[in-house]
Each structure stands twice: as C-alpha cells, then as structure tokens.
Design a binder for this molecule. Structure first.
Ligand code: DSN
Length: 413
C-alpha cells in the first residue's frame, strides 16, 4: 500500500504540521474539539466511496445494504441520546440542517424571529448576507442592554408585534443557560412554531448539564463537532409529525447523496456520548469554563453577562483597553488560540470587535482540569496586559508548549 507520504508529500506534510500545531497550542475556540480515534477511523474509511441517495431501505442506488446499517445505527443512537421521536443524520453541516428545518417548517417570505447575530446569534439565523435572510423575513431579538441576558419579556413583546410563523432559539456566542420552556410558551402565545439550534451546547444537553430543548421544540438542529465531540456534520431531531417533511427537506430538498463515512462517524460519536465517561467530561467542560471565567474576571477582564453557565466565556476587552483582533493575534503568538467576537451592543466593527470568545471543550478533551486552567488563565492575563512585549510572549509560548506536552490530542474511542 502506498502511503500518503509517498503519493502526496505536500498534503502529508500539511497534515503532519497541523497535528503538531494542535499538539503544542492551547485551543480555546469554543466551537472546536478533538475527536476520538474511532470517529477518525470511520471518517477515513471506505464508506466515503458509496453513493446512497435516499434513506435506508429506500435508496436510489444498488449496493446500499451495508451502509444502510450505519445510518440505522446513527439514527437510533441519536434518538436514544436525545430522547427525540426522529433523527435525520444526513445534513452535511449545521447551516444545511437549519436551511432544511426552515424549509420543512415554513414557506419562503414567512416571518421568523431569531437572535441577533451581533448579540450571539448565527449567520444562518437570517443574517442579511445569508441565503436564510434573503428567503425569509427575519426579525431579530437583542439581549438585554443591562443584564446581557436573553430577555423573554422582550422576545414576547417582539413576537406579538411581528407575529412570526417560526421562533428560533439558540446561539453561537451566548454563555448562559437558555430557557427553552420559556421560548415554547411565547411560541404558543403567538401561534408560532419553535425551532432550537443547539449546535454549541449539544454535548452538554446530551450529558444533562444543560436543559434539553427536545420536550419543547418542534425541530432541533445541531452540529455534531462542538461540545458533542463528533465529526463535522449536522443533525436534525424532530417530533413525529415533522419526520416526513424534515427528511424530504434534507433529501431531495437541499442535498444529494449523504456522506456515508460522516454518517458512520456520527454513529460512533453518539455511542461515545451515551457513556458515563462523556457525562463526566461534559461536567468538567463547564467546571473548567466557570473556573477560567473567574480567573479572568479576577484579573480585570469584564465577562459579558458577568460569567458563564456553559462551555464558553465572552470577554469584553475594553476593560483592558484592547480590541478582539489585537487580543486574538497576541494570544496566538503565545500559542493560545481564541477568536475575536462581537459583544452585545458592540460599538466597534466586526473585523475589530470589542470582544473575544473562549471555550473549554478541547482542553478538557485533552485531560486538562483545575490546575491547568489556573495556569492558562494566568498566561492569558499576562499576554493581555502586555500584548506588545515580544520577549514576554516568547516566554509564554515556551510555557504553553511545555504544558501541552503532557496532554494528548488523540483520544481513545
Ligand atoms: N458555529 C460557528 C461558531 O460558533 O464558531 C461558526 O459557524
């Protein structure tokens, strides 16, 4: 067998260098994680060779009898994990899942109420630059200007005013618990459907460390690669009555053949997430996040909403006279990877926002706990206090590298 090192040394070198980067840096991107060897094996398997348009038992290609079993496992494990009536495991990504959900639940031109992108929402929740914002009539709710929390009274007021056909709950930069039951009661008051995008918190929901949206929402979408620690892909969970519409909205409505290697990798991820080990991991993700938030806050960094209940922290860098782009670059030079982020009511532009987002899923997967979080928090503060001090940053980079040595980026499935 010819190895990729022999057949394509350029790409082999990129893979080797990226693995080395992941090993020697502290990754605090809230939407990233590292998958198990079993998930990697499924993704890198010969299942990628198979076309399987359709659903198990109803395909448009011959030879699907084996991959059908992978999709059956993925669907039944997802249903068991989240307690949903039905799971569609074919959406290629979170945005694809959201587009399919809109197309099943509403019609083009219908009114939708979702969270403002600049307040923590997502592009696919009707941003004007997204297809979703062009096809549907989106209105957006902000967070409270005082508490920086979702204000359900304000959401209700807006819902009564714009009379949406659909309300979307869920966020990509919101560090607090979301009250899905509250959203359901607003949706009922205005006779709207409720969709929840739980992409960021899916792993926490699976582990029971964040309340589940499943009992309250008509449709729940998610990615599988953030706190859920699976392959890069999408997942849709729904009530029985939406099953047919969701399945046809994914295929043939929005996609062709499913990526069967990714479907199998999702099945592996769902099985892993059903274990006690994953529940312990998810609790530790949140403990690490709360602890890191406390350290940063004690060091003078203002946290949006005052803290966190989940895997992420949103920090207001104005408290240290910095902007997100400068903090991201300085921390990056020190081997600490974060992303700049808008904060609610941000007066600054998106390419130079006032905030940064920090998450603990990856460091926790690597086995880091209280002691390491204390060291990471200290190093972040040192960098932010002197972002232009090259010698200091070089020293911190060496400390990061040394600390990372004891923590693998490959985990057993
Ligand atoms: N899901 C986004 C994030 O939170 O990073 C990107 O789409």
């Amino acid at each position: 067998m010819v190895s990729i090192q022999q057949s394509d040394p350029e790409i082999a070198d990129i893979i080797i260098r990226e693995e080395a980067r992941q090993k020697c840096q502290v990754n605090l991107i809230a939407s990233e994680n590292i998958v198990s060897d079993a998930v990697l094996a499924a993704q890198g398997s010969v299942l990628t060779n198979k076309y399987a348009e359709g659903y198990p038992g109803r395909r448009y290609y011959g030879g699907c009898e084996v991959v059908d079993e992978a999709e059956e496992h993925a669907r039944s494990r997802a249903v068991e994990l989240f307690g949903a009536d039905h799971a569609n495991v074919q959406a290629h990504s979170g945005t694809q899942a959201n587009i399919a959900a809109y197309s099943a639940l509403i019609s083009p031109g219908d009114t939708v109420l979702a969270m403002d992108l600049a307040h923590g929402g997502h592009l696919s929740h009707g941003a004007s630059v997204s297809l979703t914002g062009k096809v549907y009539n989106f209105h957006h709710y902000p967070v409270s200007s005082e508490s920086e929390l979702i204000d359900l009274d304000l959401v209700r007021e807006m819902a009564k005013e714009v009379r949406p056909s659909l309300i979307v709950a869920g966020a990509s930069a919101y560090p607090r618990i979301i009250d899905f039951e509250g959203f359901r009661s607003i949706a009922d008051e205005v006779d709207a459907r409720l969709m929840v995008d739980m992409a960021h918190i899916a792993g926490l929901v699976a582990a029971g460390v964040h309340p589940s949206p499943i009992p309250h929402a008509d449709v729940v979408t998610t990615t599988t690669h953030k706190t859920l620690r699976g392959p890069r892909s999408g997942l849709i969970l729904c009530r029985k009555k939406w099953r047919k519409k969701i399945d046809s909205a994914v295929f043939p409505g929005g996609q062709g053949g499913p990526l069967m290697h990714q479907v199998a990798a999702r099945a592996v991820c769902f099985r892993e997430a059903l274990t006690d080990q994953f529940r312990d991991y998810s609790r530790q993700v949140v403990d690490n996040s709360i602890h890191l938030g406390q350290i940063l806050s004690d060091g003078g960094l203002r946290l949006v909403s005052g803290g966190t209940d989940n895997h992420m922290i949103l920090a207001d860098l104005r408290s240290m006279d910095l902007t997100g782009d400068i903090a991201e670059a300085a921390l990056g030079r020190a081997g600490i990877v974060v992303n700049m982020n808008m904060i609610p009511y941000d007066p600054a532009p998106p390419r130079r926002p006032s905030g940064m987002r920090i998450g603990t899923p990856t460091i926790t997967s690597r086995g880091m706990g209280e002691e390491e979080v204390r060291r990471i928090g200290g190093m972040i503060l040192e960098v932010l206090n002197k972002p232009d001090d090259k010698n200091n940053i070089e020293g911190i980079r060496a400390r990061v590298r040394e600390m990372c040595e004891g923590y693998p980026t490959r985990i057993q499935g």
